[in-house]
Design a protein. Sequence first.
Length: 206
Amino acid sequence: MECTLCNTTLHNKIDEFYFICNCCGAYVKHKKYYLNSVEEKERYKEHNNDIDNPGYQKFTSPITSAILENQSPEELGLDYGCGTGPVISKQLIDFGYRIILHDPYFNPNEGFVNYSYDYIFCCEVFEHFYSPKQEIEMLLKIMKPGGRLYVMTHLYTIDIDFANWYYRNDPTHVFIYTAKTIEYITDIYNLVIEKLTDRVLIISKT
């Protein structure tokens, strides 16, 4: 099997489900453990993503706050993988922001690729990418020069017990990032890291 981001042949298997990529540092799930589309959608329906839930609003607030700080209402944003409860979009729209939403299961909008975006945000989406290389390249293609990509995902760090980690044990998660993975992405695509924590990534397109 090859890494779905950098196409490196995977040899280093950490457990039954995951490989570690020696090139980009990602933790890559073996394809034989992917859910089918029906199983995946049913699993997503179990998520409690109520847009009016204060706890959910607080969880997503790092992305919401960063967009409110960095972007203007006149600019066009894309909520890519908005899911069952697009809480960030709801809050931004309430502030007068222009947002297009797309989710392959819950808000399909094939026309989203026909626009150019000042910013794109993906909240708990990147870890679900079966083809991260193609997904990232598509997002960068439709983002304007100088545009920002806001990502919320949980990066793996060495202090985490991988075998018992909730991110590893979510059956819908197939690609887990590390700081090395982010460095690989920004180097390959000539991106600038504006913010990087274990939960939030903001990168800009040159």
